[in-house]
Design a protein around this ligand. Structure first.
Ligand code: HEM
Length: 195
């Protein structure tokens, strides 16, 4: 049941945010499209193509950094008491993990508001464990994370093969609100042109 519920809306919301990030960052969109065209040569993507769509995966990761589909809903309970940043936390305290906030930490993500897929390039400075975790981490990490990345890469590649995405007329920076998953407050209006 969780796979169906957690696997559908999260992926759809992330792809919508990705479409916005591509529309708002035409240079990154062009780079991703050039990679898709070079790797696929007009074919539909297959499993073995996915590792070669590295820049496209970077655009998806950068999208999930700025707009994590599950931004605050993860919880953890302390198994023992400890001190964190001057706070004394008793055993059994329940935490909500603010991933949305953590993804804005300028120590690891300089100019955190900027959309920069290069942050996730293989030669970029390493991102510390736990600083980027759209799928959470630890024993309860998202069971579908690899499927999610695979399906989003396939859909994103097929969109770029066919369409050019641009901001819709009058479309301002969308406001992200928590609506089970992270959604745009007002529906996104994008201009979708056939190539
Ligand atoms: C972009 C897409 C997705 C995002 C951002 C996402 C994110 C998450 C997050 C944050 C959790 C909570 C982990 C925790 O509490 O530590 C989770 C759990 C889970 N997700 Fe995903 N998810 C995505 C797609 C999927 C897909 C495609 C599936 C399966 C088809 C899936 C199946 C699950 C399941 C079964 C759990 C519960 C794991 C457990 O409690 O052991 N998710 N996901």
């Amino acid at each position: 049941m969780t796979a169906f519920l957690a696997g559908n809306e999260t992926t759809a919301a992330s792809l919508s945010w990705w479409a916005w990030c591509m529309a708002a960052n035409p240079a990154a969109q062009d780079t991703a499209r050039r990679e898709v065209d070079a790797v696929l040569q007009g074919r539909s993507p297959a499993g073995e193509d996915l590792p070669r769509l590295g820049y496209l995966a970077q655009t998806l990761n950068e999208t999930m950094r700025l707009y994590p589909a599950a931004p605050v809903l993860m919880s953890r309970r302390a198994t023992r008491g400890f001190t964190l940043g001057g706070w004394s936390i008793p055993a059994r305290t329940m935490f909500m993990i603010p991933v949305f906030l953590m993804h804005q930490d300028a120590r690891w993500f300089p100019e955190p508001q900027a959309f920069r897929p290069e942050r996730f390039a293989p030669d970029a400075p390493a991102i510390p464990r736990g600083a980027f975790m759209p799928f959470e981490t630890g024993p309860r990490v998202c069971l579908g994370q690899h499927l999610a990345l695979a399906e989003m890469t396939v859909v994103a590649a097929m969109v770029l093969q066919r369409f050019v995405l641009a901001k819709g007329e009058g479309q301002a920076e969308p406001e992200a609100v928590l609506n089970i998953s992270l959604r745009a407050k007002v529906p996104l209006a994008l201009n979708v042109q056939l190539r």
